[in-house]
Design a protein around this ligand. Structure first.
Ligand code: ZN
Length: 197
């Protein structure tokens, strides 16, 4: 892999994410797009779910499909991680989920203003109750899932958003379809990580 290919690929993902942000009022109202982004040359890092992301269907909308395409085309350049251990979430979820920090304190593009993740969960998974200090907004890129809080369960379709307050418990269930998401964190706790409740 050449440096040029890496820079081009990651720039394409960031641009697609930025275009999507510009088209979405919920995201724009949630936070200002960071203006301190610097490429941190994070090395590619593969996990089992990366292969599934590569084969993810273009199941979004005209707004979200360009970002899905950019991710699929550059899966192998991305630094994929898992927050939890296999003991915490079980073998199946552990091997069919993952995320990549696109921008943020530890992201491909360093920012101390805002944190943006690409998150994937395979079909038929139960991502149990968890919480974190940072405020969060999910944008569903493609597929779908039931997003649960103690107040409500909602089916989130592509290009729809769901917000979580600081330390608000939430969980997620996928059925027939997998889900690919763009997640933004803001405010206090932005440098932290989620914990299972
Ligand atoms: Zn969350």
């Amino acid at each position: 892999m050449s440096d040029i290919k890496y820079h081009e690929g990651m720039k394409n993902i960031l641009e697609a994410a930025s275009n999507l942000y510009q088209s979405n009022l919920d995201l724009k109202n949630f936070a200002k797009w960071p203006d301190d982004l610097v490429n941190s040359n994070l090395p590619p890092r593969m996990i089992p779910a990366a292969k599934l992301v590569e084969n993810f269907p273009l199941s979004g909308t005209t707004e979200t499909n360009p970002l899905i395409e950019a991710i699929k085309a550059n899966v192998n350049l991305m630094h994929w991680k898992r927050t939890y251990t296999e003991e915490e979430v079980g073998h199946d979820l552990y091997n069919r989920y993952g995320y990549c920090e696109l921008f943020g304190p530890e992201g491909h593009f360093k920012s101390t203003q805002l944190r943006g993740f690409i998150g994937y969960w395979g079909n038929g998974l139960d991502y149990d109750w968890h919480s974190h200090e940072a405020e969060e907004i999910y944008l569903n890129l493609g597929g779908n899932a039931i997003f649960r809080t103690k107040e409500e369960d909602i089916l989130l379709n592509p290009n729809e958003t769901k917000m979580h307050h600081s330390w608000q418990s939430h969980s997620m269930i996928t059925h027939k379809e997998a889900i690919l998401t763009f997640i933004i964190w803001r405010g206090k706790g932005m440098f932290g990580l989620p914990k299972m409740d």
